[in-house]
Design a protein around this ligand. Structure first.
Ligand SMILES: N[C@@H](CCC(=O)N[C@@H](CS)C(=O)NCC(=O)O)C(=O)O
Length: 212
């Protein structure tokens, strides 16, 4: 398999965690977002929306959208599973993953921030308001959901797709100054994730394209 990603991209980081949890070997192709490589014609041919990540299977199928990639990895390498055992808990793990991936992370995106700063005159204070209002609200929802389902991790005692999304979100929120001080359950789970070897391997600071 081949993963097109960027070291600091939280959506790429989600997929790297799942690959590491499942011990799947893959080739990593760095797509430099700051140089606009995600908008190059050859990359748009595999990801029409010009975002990372993209996973290209051994059969040459390009799969986009990190949540779809996580589900694909679960289908082709079921063990160790990144979904809990019961149907209700699987839905709860997917719900936390979606709350983060669909409702918290998009507000932090490079294209969103570039548009607001360059075309809507957002300064640091306005950007901070924006991020804290919208990303903060979705993270508060994730916190409330995790409080109902968490054991050692977001749902039960095993890392799931919810944790694959939580760790990158926590990292990104820290980068962009989102106030996470009230999210004590997520903080506790994130701390546990940082000690897990798969999360460590997938961490942005440990990638071939990491810039110190
Ligand atoms: N929903 C997509 C989001 C992908 C995404 O937003 N990727 C970001 C990096 S985390 C990106 O490529 N941003 C480039 C840009 O905003 O121009 C997924 O989960 O894969």
């Amino acid at each position: 398999m081949k993963l097109y990603g960027y070291w600091r991209s939280s959506a790429s980081y989600r997929v790297r965690i799942a690959l590491a949890l499942k011990n799947i070997d893959y080739d990593y192709v760095a797509v430099n977002l700051l140089k606009g490589e995600h908008k190059a014609a050859d990359y748009l041919a595999i990801h029409p929306n010009g975002l990372v990540p993209t996973l290209v299977t051994d059969d040459g199928v390009a799969i986009v959208q990190s949540l779809a990639i996580l589900e694909y990895l679960e289908d082709v390498v079921p063990k160790p599973s990144i979904l809990p055992a019961s149907a209700a808990e699987r839905a709860q793990a997917r719900a936390i993953a979606a709350t983060i991936a669909c409702e918290a992370q998009p507000f932090m995106n490079l294209r969103m921030q570039t548009f607001l700063r360059e075309e809507k005159s957002f300064d640091d204070a306005a950007m901070s308001d924006w991020l804290n209002r919208f990303t903060g609200a979705a993270m508060a929802a994730a916190e409330a959901l995790a409080r109902k389902t968490a054991g050692q991790y977001c749902v039960g005692d095993t890392p799931s797709i919810a944790d694959c999304c939580l760790a990158p979100q926590w990292f990104g929120a820290g980068r962009f100054g989102v106030d996470v001080s009230k999210f004590t359950k997520l903080a506790e789970i994130y701390e546990r994730c940082t000690k897990h070897p798969a999360f460590e391997k997938a961490h942005p600071m440990n990638q071939p394209d990491t810039v110190e």
